[in-house]
Design a binder for this molecule. Structure first.
Ligand code: M6R
Length: 623
C-alpha cells in the first residue's frame, strides 16, 4: 500500500527511482509519479494514473535528469486515482516537493487554514496539505541570521520538524526543496522507511526490496525520527530529542531481488516454494531430545511462559485465519484458552484482559496498521506482546517485545500463500512448545515432531494435485458464487480458501463450518453454485460426509478434496481433488495448496491480474 523511493547522490536518480517503484509494485497501487531536481531547472515532475509501465513510457518521452529525486506509488485513500492526486505533490508554488504514505487525520482543518492564507490546492489528497504546510512554515522561519550552508540546512529541517508537530495521523515522508538540490529529508511516524547507505549516495524506500543490488547497508528509521540525507552524509534525529547515531545494519543475504524464475506469476512461484518455506520455518526449531520446539526470540523464561493462563492471537485477513487454526492447535495440544481477535476490533474494543495473558500479533508484512495498533495498545496496558512475522525489521517486529520470524522469504503476490502455511507451521510448533510445558506427553511430542519433519515432503506430493485442480478450475471458472466447507481444523481452511478466490478472481465466495449450512447458507445452493468440501479421513470425516450429502441432495455441484481413493465420496461428488494424508492438525496446511491453486487457476482463466488484484494492497498501512 503506497510505496516511497528517494535518492540523493552523484548518479542520475531516475533509474533507481523507477526500478525501486517496480520492486514496490507488489504492495498495491493505482497511480505513480516521480520528481527530480536540478539546480539549473528546478523540479521536473511526471505522474500517471495507472501502472509503472505508463510512467516509464512517459519518462521515455520526456526524460528526467537530476542527481536527486523522489518517487511514489499511490493506493488511493483521499480522492480517486487520477494524475492530479498522484504523488509527488508540490507545495508553496514549487518550493517543496514531497511524497507521503499514511493518512493525515487533521488535514481538513490544516487545508482550510492554508487556503485562507492563499495556498492553492490542486489535488483532493491529504498529502498536498503537508507540502504547503512545510513551505509555509519555511517561509516564516527567519533566514537573515543564516551564515553558512549547514545553518541554512538546519532551517529546512526545522521547517519540517515544526510542520510535523502540527500533523495528526501517520506518515512516511520524503521531501525535497527547490533551493537545496542536494538535500533529501525523510521522516516517519507509523509508515515504514528504510535508508540505504551508499558511497557518496543515499537511498530511501518503504522496504528493503528496492535497495537490493544498490547497497547492503541499511538504517531502519523509527517512529518520530527525521533523517537528513546528503550525498556524503546521513544525520538522524528524534523529532523531539535531538541527534541520534544511525544504527547501520547489514541487509541479510537472502533478501535478494524477487524474480519470477520461470513462473508466470509470483503467486504461483510462491505456492510452489512452500516445501522450502516450510523447511525454513522448521529449521533449528524442533528439539527431538526434549520432544518440544524451541524459539530464540520470545524473550520470556520457561517459568514466565509456564505461568501464561491465556493467549490472544490477533491479525487481519489471512493472518487472522492462521490465528483461528492456532486457536484449535494451542487449545488442543496445550489446553490453554485462546482467543482470536480481528486486530481492527481489538485496538478499540477494550476487552478485559488478565495480566497473565500473552498477546501474539500474526502478520506477514509486519506493517499492517491495525495489527500494529492493536499490539501497541496491548503493550501500553503492560502485556508482553509477540509477533509472528515474515518481514525482518518491519514495524511490528520492532514494536513487539519478542517474536518468531517465518523465514518464508519475500512474498510478492498480494494473495498470501507461503506466509500462511509458514504461520500455521510456527503456530503448530508453539502449540507443541506450550503443550510440552504443560500436559503433552513425551511420546505425543515426539509424534508431532515426526509429522512436522515429514511436512515439506508431504507438501511436495500435494503439489502434484495441480493437474486435477486445473480441470476443476476450467469447469467452474464462470461460477458467480462458491461455497467452501469444512469442519474442525478445516473450517478456518475453508475461510481462507474462500478469501483466496474472492481476492484474485473476484468471484463471491463464502467459507462455513460444513454443519452450519443447514442453518441458513444451504438456501444458496443451486445447480450454479459449486460447494467445495474438505473431506479427509480423520475425526469428523463421517460428519462432513453427511453435510456433503445434504448439499448434493439439493442439486448443488460438489467438489471434494479427499486424501485417499475414497469411493464413497467419489460416488457423491462431481469432482475430486486428491491430496496426501495428514493428521487432523496438519490438514489446513495440506489443503491450503489445492485451495490456493484453484483460486490461481480460476483467476488466470478469467484474465485477472493475479499478483496485483484490483483494489488490494499487499501491506495495508492505513486503518
Ligand atoms: O501482512 P499481514 O499478514 O498483516 O496482512 C494481513 C492481510 O492484509 C492479508 O493477509 C490479506 O488478507 C491478504 N491479501 C490475503 O491474501
Amino acid at each position: 500500500m503506497c510505496g516511497i523511493v528517494g535518492y540523493v547522490g552523484n548518479n542520475d536518480a531516475c533509474p533507481f527511482l523507477v526500478s525501486g517503484l517496480r520492486r514496490l509494485e507488489y504492495r498495491g497501487y493505482d497511480s505513480a509519479g516521480i520528481a527530480t531536481l536540478t539546480a539549473a531547472d528546478g523540479f521536473r515532475l511526471t505522474r500517471v494514473a495507472g501502472r509503472i509501465d505508463l510512467l516509464e513510457k512517459s519518462i521515455a518521452r520526456k526524460p528526467m535528469f537530476g542527481t536527486i529525486g523522489i518517487g511514489h506509488t499511490r493506493w488511493a485513500t483521499h480522492g480517486p486515482a487520477t494524475e492530479e492526486n498522484a504523488h509527488p505533490h508540490m507545495g508553496g508554488n514549487g518550493l517543496v516537493s514531497l511524497v507521503h504514505n499514511g493518512v493525515i487525520e487533521n488535514y481538513e482543518s490544516l487545508k482550510q487554514s492554508l487556503i485562507s492564507r492563499g495556498y492553492l490546492f490542486k489535488s483532493a489528497t491529504d498529502s498536498e496539505v503537508v507540502a504547503h504546510l512545510i513551505a509555509d512554515t519555511l517561509k516564516h522561519l527567519p533566514a537573515s541570521s543564516i551564515a553558512n550552508n549547514s545553518e541554512s540546512i538546519d532551517r529546512y529541517v526545522e521547517a519540517v520538524r515544526q510542520s510535523l508537530d502540527q500533523l495528526r495521523g501517520t506518515y512516511g515522508l520524503a521531501i525535497l526543496f527547490r533551493d537545496q538540490p542536494d538535500l533529501l529529508i525523510v521522516a516517519r511516524c507509523g509508515s515504514p522507511l528504510v535508508i540505504g547507505v551508499g558511497k557518496s549516495e543515499q537511498f530511501v524506500a518503504s522496504d528493503t526490496s528496492p535497495l537490493v543490488g544498490y547497497t547492503d547497508r541499511i538504517v531502519y528509521l523509527a517512529d518520530h525520527q527525521i533523517a537528513v540525507l546528503r550525498p556524503d552524509s546521513i544525520q538522524v534525529q528524534h523529532r523531539d530529542h535531538g541527534k541520534i547515531r544511525p544504527d547501520v545494519q547489514t541487509l541479510a543475504a537472502q533478501e535478494t531481488e524477487a524474480s519470477l524464475e520461470g513462473f508466470e506469476h509470483f503467486m504461483l512461484k510462491e505456492i510452489y516454494e512452500q516445501p522450502q518455506s516450510i523447511r525454513n520455518a522448521l529449521r533449528g526449531r524442533l528439539d527431538r531430545d526434549n520432544a518440544t520446539a524451541k524459539f530464540g526470540g520470545l524473550n520470556l523464561t520457561p517459568q514466565q511462559l509456564r505461568s501464561v493462563k491465556r493467549i490472544i492471537l490477533t491479525g487481519c485477513g489471512t493472518s487472522w485465519h492462521a490465528g483461528l487454526v492456532g486457536e484449535y492447535l494451542i487449545e488442543e495440544l496445550a489446553r490453554l484458552p485462546v482467543e482470536v481477535e480481528y486486530a481492527s476490533e481489538l485496538r478499540y474494543r477494550n476487552p478485559p484482559v488478565d495480566t497473565d495473558t500473552l498477546i501474539f500479533g500474526i502478520t506477514q508484512s509486519g506493517e499492517t496498521a491495525d495489527t500494529l495498533a492493536a499490539l501497541r495498545e496491548m503493550k501500553r496496558k503492560g502485556h508482553h506482546t509477540l509477533a509472528i512475522c515474515n518481514v525482518v525489521g518491519s514495524s511490528i517486529a520492532q514494536v513487539a517485545d519478542g517474536g518468531i520470524y517465518l523465514h518464508a522469504g519475500p512474498e510478492i503476490g498480494v494473495a498470501s500463500t507461503k506466509a500462511f502455511t509458514s504461520q500455521l507451521v510456527v503456530l503448530s510448533m508453539l502449540a507443541l512448545y506450550f503443550g510440552r510445558l504443560r500436559f503433552l506427553s513425551y511420546e505425543a511430542g515426539q509424534r508431532i515432531i515426526r509429522q512436522l519433519e515429514q511436512l515439506p515432503e508431504t507438501i511436495e506430493k500435494t503439489l502434484e494435485c495441480h493437474g486435477q485442480v486445473r480441470e476443476v478450475a476450467a469447469k467452474y471458472a464462470s461460477a458467480s458464487n462458491f461455497l467452501y466447507l469444512g469442519r474442525y481444523y478445516n473450517f478456518p481452511a475453508a475461510l481462507e480458501g474462500a478469501l483466496k478466490l474472492k481476492e484474485i478472481s473476484y468471484i463471491h465466495a463464502e467459507g462455513y463450518p460444513a454443519a452450519e449450512m443447514k442453518h441458513g447458507p444451504i438456501a444458496l445452493v443451486d445447480e450454479n453454485t459449486p460447494s467445495l468440501f474438505m473431506v479427509p479421513q480423520g475425526a469428523v470425516y463421517d460428519k462432513v460426509l453427511s453435510n456433503l450429502q445434504e448439499v448434493k441432495a439439493r442439486g448443488g455441484p460438489v467438489i471434494a478434496i479427499v486424501d485417499q481413493q475414497d469411493s464413497h465420496v467419489m460416488s457423491l461428488a462431481d469432482d475430486v481433488i486428491t491430496v496426501p494424508q495428514a493428521e487432523d492438525f496438519l490438514q489446513p496446511i495440506v489443503n491450503a495448496i489445492p485451495l490456493q491453486l484453484l483460486a490461481y487457476e480460476i483467476a488466470c482463466i478469467r484474465g485477472c491480474d493475479v499478483d496485483k488484484p484490483r483494489n488490494l494492497a499487499k501491506s495495508v498501512t492505513v486503518e
